[in-house]
Design a binder for this molecule. Structure first.
Ligand SMILES: [Fe+2]
Ligand SMILES: [Fe+2]
Length: 196
């Protein structure tokens, strides 16, 4: 199914084009397309998949101060790690909130998926899991780990791909010295739920 057949996709794409740097715009389209492609395999609704994929980095262009201020204005709870790294860790929660308040995207699954797309969280629903995987492996990502995730998705299926991506992301965050309780908790949950 083409992306533009999805309800409101054309409207969201124009919003993103006007707002995001070229690279993030292309990445957002690619995440949406990847989610649409994996909808059946992952067992998710194609419309929700595209909406979550398109809007997940809607606030990625904002500077750290604005991210923090707006998150506080909306009453989003802010952790110590988020305060230390607003660009990495607040753009998801803020995009979920702005999608709801400014664009009328009220679906709780989409909200959860966008909110937690950077770190994951224990108990994250299937749409959120799919966004977490697509964000990592969409084809404009050129790292070898992204290619490996695409291979696993194609050859072994969604859950092995989720396991791989979660382990890779946790290892990457640890290597940067930015280990974060929620990332570790998500890894533990994914291992318990889907690991063998
Ligand atoms: Fe993001
Ligand atoms: Fe992203």
């Amino acid at each position: 199914m083409p992306l533009l057949k999805i309800h409101r996709a054309a409207e969201f794409i124009e919003l993103l084009r006007a707002r995001l740097p070229e690279r993030t715009f292309k990445h957002s389209l690619s995440v949406a397309q990847t989610m649409l492609g994996m909808a059946e395999q992952a067992g998710i609704d194609p419309g929700k998949a595209v909406t979550a994929g398109l809007l997940h980095d809607y606030c990625k262009d904002l500077d750290p101060t604005t991210l923090l201020e707006r998150a506080e204005d909306y009453g989003i709870p802010i952790t110590e790690a988020q305060r230390a790294h607003p660009s990495a860790l607040i753009h998801g929660p803020l995009a979920a909130e702005e999608a709801r308040r400014k664009l009328g995207v009220e679906d709780p699954e989409i909200h959860e998926a966008i909110y937690w797309h950077t770190t994951g969280k224990p108990g994250l629903g299937r749409l959120g899991q799919a966004l977490y995987v697509a964000d990592f492996c969409e084809p404009t990502r050129s790292k070898s780990q992204a290619a490996e995730a695409r291979r696993i998705l194609a050859e072994e299926g969604f859950e092995p791909a989720l396991l791989y991506v979660t382990r890779e992301k946790a290892a990457h965050v640890r290597a940067k010295g930015a280990a974060e309780p929620i990332t570790e908790a998500f890894l533990e949950w994914v291992n318990a739920e889907f690991g063998s």
